[in-house]
Design a protein around this ligand. Structure first.
Ligand code: URA
Length: 422
């Protein structure tokens, strides 16, 4: 294959054959293409996109660049959820045990947080002893017994994507819907789940800032999933304001446990239940998730999962002893509490990382003491900053300069679920 021909075809708006795409993904993964040519080719895709057929082949080639887990021996319907990431988005923590408690198997292969949105693995690691490195045998065994696990995706899964994602990062080709969609879906298809619910976030604290791009991403991923034989549905959900009250690793685990005990913030509960209904429907399980959340079944499955992965579910989780309040500068209704600003501030406090290799603080983060729609008196606390490293406080506070607005009139509450894409 003459690679310059492939670059020219895409550069000039042409369509690539299945064979050309498979050849590229294979050679790229094996480091057989010089970086300048690979970069140039990926940039032509960035500008000219991929049609449905090209995208399905591209994704399939990325899946086939590594192993695909075979979960057929689990003996239960498999279903997973993927979120595109948001501030305070801890939904996987209560959701997965909830769905597993009703008979589904939830194979959650997760990532670490990068940027202002946190990662499930970082959150779970705030539980002392929790092991996020399971072997394939351990995964299958835990799905049979507990019905759910959380683990890091192994290096054998979609290696083409691992290389492509870091490559896109350094050539400025991350923000491209076909490349994002194939990247996310190749990992989810490779994990072996039979069905998948996507939570595509939209708003200031999300990857997708506006509704039309979030919708386009959701539609693209749903099409890829279904074409690959994975039943896929997406919900577009709000990310203009943080989800729940807790932002930061251990704080989000604590809030998730409250949800699993039938308590916790209403928006987290609402989204957990909306996603659980979608997952159960795809899994063909006709059960009411509300009951399982309120009668302790979901919490019992969480405890089993934590124990199975080496954690102590009864341990007192560590919380920062240094805290600082950000207070209302006047009385009125909170009409804006910006997800990006709160996420950035929590990240600067140490809850998130700058580079993949960085450690994160378990205890740093923010509690939204008041939320959009609440009435506050002047001087009343709005945000409680949990401090691990005091040298980070100044820049964390600077991120909050325009984080909230207070007005005499309240606004309509935001809808949590904006649209369903099937
Ligand atoms: N997350 C992914 O896994 N891939 C992307 O391209 C973007 C976000």
């Amino acid at each position: 294959m003459n690679f310059i021909d492939l670059i020219r075809i895409k550069r000039d708006g042409g369509v690539l054959s299945d064979e050309q795409i498979r050849w590229f993904i294979n050679a790229f993964t094996k480091n057989e293409i010089p970086d300048e040519q690979a970069g140039s080719f990926i940039m032509t895709v960035f500008f000219n996109g991929l049609n449905n057929q090209e995208l399905n082949t591209w994704t399939d080639a990325m899946v086939k660049s590594g192993e695909r887990l075979d979960l057929t021996s689990v003996g239960k319907p498999t279903v997973d959820k993927h979120s595109t990431g948001g501030v305070g988005d801890k939904i996987s923590l209560p959701l997965n045990p909830l769905v597993a408690s009703l008979g589904a198997a939830v194979p959650q292969l997760s990532g670490r947080g990068l940027g202002v949105t946190g990662g499930t693995l970082d959150k779970m690691e705030s539980i002392p002893g929790f092991n996020i490195l399971l072997t394939n045998e351990q995964m299958i065994s835990q799905l049979k017994t507990v019905g759910v696990f959380v683990t890091a995706a192994g290096v054998g899964l979609a290696p083409a994507d691992r290389k492509m994602y870091s490559f896109r990062d350094v050539i400025g080709a991350v923000e491209c819907i076909p490349l994002i969609a194939s990247s996310i879906m190749s990992k989810k298809i490779a994990e072996g789940t039979a069905s998948l619910v996507l939570d595509v976030k939209v708003g200031s604290g999300a990857f997708m800032k506006n509704l039309s791009s979030a919708k386009q991403l959701a539609e693209t991923m749903v099409k890829i999933g279904n074409a690959a034989g994975v039943k896929t549905v997406a919900l577009l959900t709000q990310m203009e304001t943080p989800l729940g009250r807790a932002v930061g690793n251990v704080l989000e685990v604590i809030e998730s446990i409250e949800i699993l005990q039938g308590k916790g913030p209403a928006d987290v509960r609402e989204l957990t239940l909306a996603l659980a209904k979608e997952m159960l429907e795809l899994a063909g399980i006709n059960e009411d998730p509300t009951k399982a959340l309120d009668d302790g079944r979901a919490y019992a499955t969480w405890i089993e999962m934590v124990k199975a992965q080496g954690g102590d579910p009864n341990v007192k989780l560590p919380v920062a002893d240094k805290k600082e309040m950000i207070v209302a500068n006047k009385s009125g209704y909170i009409t804006k509490l910006d997800a990006y600003a709160v996420g950035l501030s929590a990240w600067r406090l140490g809850a998130g990382r700058v580079k993949k290799e960085d450690d994160v603080s378990k205890i740093a983060g923010i509690i939204c003491v008041a939320k959009e729609g609440d009435f506050v008196e002047e001087g009343q606390p709005i945000l409680e900053l949990h401090i691990d490293d005091e040298s980070r406080l100044k820049s964390a506070k600077e991120a909050l300069q325009d984080a909230f607005e207070i007005s005499p009139e309240a606004l309509e509450p935001r809808k949590i679920v904006i649209e369903r894409i099937a």
